[in-house]
Design a protein around this ligand. Structure first.
Ligand code: ADP
Ligand code: MG
Length: 329
């Protein structure tokens, strides 16, 4: 039975970065406004997330780590509803099967009914009541993949996994401006992202997408709207030679995705401002009616399918062109 758990876990938790994504979605689902993240050894030694969200009752804790204990998809239409995050109640159970987890939680409504649970490789080691004044949930995940061959693979691929985790975290920081994030790497490099108002969104985006030593902190902002589709984009005036792929973010309805055609359209249109065809950093946020996009191509993949791809594509390039005409001609 544990073996089946491990195999299934491998499908949901492909890599440390996908685990980080699931945990952050849970914290945001629980209405957290302050999330502290700590990653050690690219997640293999420790992934910890502390939030100040709604919390979990002592008696509910074991169920949170049970397969199929919860399910958000109750109606067929939910599949098309972008705003519902989550993995049909399998994420925590999958993590619990392949790591050593300690989870402490204090519910917002019943602070005296908090609890702590310890699970090693799907086996519950302890489950005890917890009296804490610290509202929210803390999850510590140690020794990820300790009981699977996958661990070796991630020990070898160090830098690429760090970049993948960074990208996941950055995506949440970019799309949740009102939430404070603190991100710590290997117990030393700590960055705090204070909440920002919508009107100051560019400040947070600048912090994320521009390199720290960037000589030009200016961001070009463009927007547009067409038939229920809208776009808001930020692109750096900073130029950097070569592929700056790590600071290029595309979102649809708050979800990170990749699309080669849209990506190239952004770069090509921006080239008119950026001389010499150099590539730039950008964050482009699309909003489309949930019925006009299929995001469930694969839960761990970042492709999406637009039903009116032409509208999306033209909207993005037209908005950039309009911005350029208004500002550079
Ligand atoms: P899903 O999110 O699809 O329900 P998960 O396995 O990710 O499945 O989480 C299981 C359940 O545990 C959630 O439905 C939620 O009730 C609870 N939970 C998980 N993380 C948190 C958190 N950070 N704060 C409050 N509740 C949480
Ligand atoms: Mg979830």
């Amino acid at each position: 039975e544990h073996l089946i758990d491990q195999i299934k876990a491998g499908e949901v938790i492909e890599r440390p970065a996908s685990l980080v994504k699931e945990l952050l979605e849970n914290s945001l689902d629980a209405n957290s406004t302050n999330i502290k993240i700590s990653i050690i050894e690219n997640g293999l030694e420790l992934i910890s997330i502390e939030d100040n969200g709604d919390g979990i009752l002592f008696e509910d804790l074991p169920y949170a780590f049970c397969r199929h204990a919860t399910s958000k998809i109750e109606r067929f239409e939910d599949i098309y509803n972008l705003y519902s995050f989550g993995f049909r109640g399998e994420a925590l159970a999958s993590m619990a099967a392949i790591s050593r987890i300690t989870c402490s939680s204090t519910p917002i409504d019943n602070p005296e009914q908090g609890g702590k649970i310890v699970i090693h490789g799907a086996k519950e080691m302890s489950h005890t009541p917890l009296a804490s004044r610290k509202q929210g949930t803390s999850i510590f995940i140690k020794d990820l993949f300790f009981n699977t061959p996958a661990r070796l693979k991630f020990i070898k691929s160090k830098t690429s996994e760090k970049n993948a985790i960074k990208r996941v975290i950055n995506a949440f920081i970019l799309t949740n401006p009102k939430v404070q994030f603190s991100v710590k790497w290997d117990d030393k490099d700590k960055n705090i992202f204070k909440p920002v108002e919508d009107t100051r969104l560019a400040d947070r985006i600048r912090e994320i997408i521009l390199p720290k030593n960037s000589p030009n902190k200016e961001l070009y902002e463009f927007e547009g709207e067409y038939e229920g589709h809208s776009v808001r984009g930020f692109a750096s005036a900073h130029t950097s030679k070569g592929n700056a792929g790590k600071s290029q973010y595309l979102f649809v309805n708050g979800r990170l995705f990749t699309d080669r055609q849209i990506h190239q359209s952004i770069l090509r249109t921006m080239e008119k401002v950026w001389p010499f065809g150099e590539t730039g950093h950008y964050c482009v946020m699309l909003n489309v009616p949930p019925t006009q996009v299929d995001v469930n191509v694969h839960p761990n993949k970042t492709q999406v399918k637009f039903f009116k791809a032409n509208i999306v594509f033209s909207l993005v390039s037209a908005s950039i062109k309009k911005f350029i005409e208004e500002n550079f001609k």
